[in-house]
Design a protein around this ligand. Structure first.
Ligand SMILES: C[S@@+](CC[C@H](N)C(=O)[O-])C[C@H]1O[C@@H](n2cnc3c(N)ncnc32)[C@H](O)[C@@H]1O
Length: 312
């Protein structure tokens, strides 16, 4: 996200009237090999999504602290999931996606990274079925919810998350929020897309058009999730949203690791990460895992140990 060049979009989004209807994604499940390759390529850790991936990995590391078994709904090629799993080797992760093409990319990627705490499962996130109630003490999903065809599918997915989650479990959901105007969508799609394959640009534009409103996501979370779940959006223009339960104190060693990862980003991605942090902070998301002593403490009500060991 650029600083100065963002200003006209911010002004338009703050003062304009909402004119952009939701247009569901034409490819709900990403099966097409070329589309998957473009998304995977653009998304790998040195790609254009590096800043957003690191932001969410940091937030999720804080929110999931102390959790044993976490499911990622709509894991795609597992770029985000692999980064999170490497940061949290003590946690077991299960990635769920309906696309066999995506899951093949994901399997190969975690094998290449020598990660032993990630497995995958092919299923529809609106109705995962194969896992019993309360199978996980953490549920996450990043950039997948806008792929659902309707608000009712989103509700079904939230209800499925609630079913899968053990009492006291942690939630972290990240997705785009729909902006007010098509001009803003085009600005972000084409700014971000410089040097990217055409299919990725198109995919990004379609994702922004398919996004649910921040208010819709917040409303549904308030209806379906525990009362300490909150939904935040980037201030001025809700292009990114996060729904999450509070974060316990983050392990100082992980905080240091995250600071180093931020430092090692190329300069432009680091600036983008800092913009995302600032816009979320202004949007009310106060804890910042990149800052020492970051916390938003709640007492952890973890289920007795062993609860999550019995399911395969
Ligand atoms: C844009 S990708 C996001 C991938 C990853 N979470 C990330 O942050 O990069 C969205 C993924 O959701 C998957 N998806 C869409 N609808 C789904 C459904 N109903 N059930 C399972 N997966 C779904 C797609 O196949 C795709 O892999």
């Amino acid at each position: 996200m650029p600083r100065l060049s963002m200003l006209p979009t911010m002004v338009r989004e703050v003062f304009g009237k909402p004119t952009l209807p939701r247009e569901p994604e034409p490819c709900l499940v990403m099966e097409d090999a070329e589309q998957v390759a473009a998304y995977t390529h653009a998304g790998r850790l040195d790609g254009v999504m590096a800043a957003a991936y690191l932001f969410h990995s940091a937030q999720m590391t804080a929110v999931l602290s102390g959790r044993k078994r976490v499911v990622d709904l709509g894991c795609g090629p597992a770029t985000q999931l692999a980064q999170l799993a490497a940061l949290n080797p003590e946690t077991e992760f299960v990635g769920v996606d309906l696309s066999a093409t995506m899951l093949a990319q994901a399997q190969a990627y975690v094998a290449q990274k020598h990660l032993t705490n990630v497995s995958f499962h092919q299923a529809d996130i609106t109705c995962v079925r194969d896992f019993p109630d309360g199978s996980f003490d953490g549920v996450i999903s990043t950039m997948a919810l806008h792929h659902l065809p309707t608000y009712e599918h989103l509700r079904a997915t939230y209800q499925e998350m609630r079913r899968l989650l053990a009492p006291g479990g942690a939630i972290y959901l990240a997705d785009f929020g729909r902006m007010k105007s098509l001009k803003s969508v085009i600005f972000f799609a084409y700014f971000k897309a410089k040097g990217q394959p055409h299919l990725f640009i198109l995919d990004y534009e379609r994702s922004l058009r398919a996004a649910f409103l921040h208010e819709e996501l917040a409303h549904l979370a308030a209806q379906e999730f525990p009362s300490d779940t909150e939904t935040f959006a980037t201030k001025f223009m809700p292009i990114l949203t996060v729904t999450r339960t509070p974060a316990p104190r983050i392990d100082p060693a992980k905080c240091a690791q995250l600071q180093k990862m931020r430092h090692d980003l190329p300069r432009s991605y680091r600036a983008e990460l800092d913009d995302i942090r600032m816009l979320f902070r202004l949007g009310g998301l106060q804890n910042d895992p990149f800052t020492k002593g970051a916390q938003n403490v709640r007492s952890l009500e973890l289920p007795p140990s062993g609860t999550f060991d019995k399911h395969s």
